[in-house]
Design a protein around this ligand. Structure first.
Ligand SMILES: NC(=O)C1=CN([C@@H]2O[C@H](COP(=O)(O)OP(=O)(O)OC[C@H]3O[C@@H](n4cnc5c(N)ncnc54)[C@H](OP(=O)(O)O)[C@@H]3O)[C@@H](O)[C@H]2O)C=CC1
Ligand SMILES: O=C(O)[C@@H]1CCC=N1
Length: 272
């Protein structure tokens, strides 16, 4: 049976999810894809990236009508406008709606939909583009096991998946949704250090990025970050010199506060 996924608002994150799914060998579910956007220029860009994609400009209801599953990928601020369009409630009836909107709660989405629309909140990140994403899923209590499994399958195909309660999704938004931006800030800063000491930027950047990837993989394989750190910081060595400079700059509390601030703002986005 063929399943059609409509990405309702297909910008940065919609494109990342589509790229991930379409580059996988296992793109049987969903098997067909639709995107809805606002501007004709976005249609042209999407068409050049994904030639087989059906694209609707300014006709969201038609896009949703033609789909089995809808992934809401607009900015949170315009979700009400989109879901209140004439015919949208009806178009979504009996369908699974996956919302990737930061901050917008299940209860707010339900108010804009009929009861037969089942809703799952998802918080993915841009590395889904290369099938290395991290997605947190929050199904509401009307979601069937089949819908839950299907959503898990879609996101597992493009990265790791974990289920959380809704009360934790703003924190997940800060950690995995915003995470790539925070991590790239650290990556750029370390690269700057290498450039300052005389390495060409592309080489310094590769050294940092691969070190980040390798270390992250060790942690994901079960190694404890504190032990990895201790192994590297030999007595009287260069690493402990660098670590103390980081602590002088309050790097730990700075990064933890960044996550705290992003989680606070994520929660506020749902109130706008
Ligand atoms: N960016 C990220 O890393 C992450 C984002 N998110 C969430 O994903 C969502 C989208 O973010 P992002 O992809 O960055 O945003 P973008 O601005 O890149 O994409 C938004 C999309 O919505 C479309 N759109 C705007 N108005 C309408 C409308 N009236 N009808 C139909 N489509 C419309 C835009 O169309 P057009 O192109 O024509 O303007 C665009 O394609 C947000 O809710 C965000 O919280 C979640 C995790 C990570
Ligand atoms: O900054 C934002 O609003 C979005 C949500 C998570 C990542 N980017």
């Amino acid at each position: 049976m063929s399943t059609t996924l409509c990405i309702l608002g297909c910008g940065t994150m919609g494109k990342a999810i589509l790229s991930g799914i379409l580059s996988s060998d296992d793109s049987t579910v969903p098997s067909n894809f639709i995107a809805c956007v606002k501007r004709p220029a976005s249609k042209d860009r999407l068409h050049s990236l994904f030639p087989k994609l059906r694209i609707f400009v300014g006709d969201n209801v038609a896009g949703v009508n033609a789909a089995d599953i809808v992934l809401l990928g607009s900015k949170p601020q315009i979700c009400k406008e989109i879901l209140s369009q004439d015919g949208m409630r009806e178009a979504l009836e009996g369908k699974l709606l996956i919302s990737i909107l930061a901050g917008t709660r299940l209860s707010q989405l339900h108010e804009l939909c009929n009861p037969s629309t089942h809703i799952i909140r998802a918080m993915p990140n841009t590395p889904t583009k290369i099938r290395q994403g991290m997605t947190v899923l929050v199904p509401d209590n009307t979601v069937t096991d089949l819908e839950r499994d299907l959503t898990e399958c879609i996101f597992k195909n493009i990265g790791l998946v974990t289920f959380l309660e809704e009360k934790h999704i703003d924190i997940a938004t800060a950690l995995c949704g915003s995470g790539p931006a925070f991590i790239c800030t650290i990556l750029e800063a370390m690269t700057d250090g290498g450039v300052m000491m005389g390495l060409p930027r592309p080489i310094a950047q590769e050294l940092v990025a691969q070190s980040m990837q390798g270390t992250a993989r060790m942690v994901l394989a079960g190694e404890h970050p504190a032990l990895i750190r201790d192994d590297v910081a030999t007595p009287g060595g260069c690493t402990i010199g660098g670590l103390l400079a980081m602590e002088d700059g309050k790097i730990r509390s700075t990064l933890a506060r960044a996550v705290q601030q992003a989680a606070i703002v994520a929660e506020e986005l749902g109130r706008k």
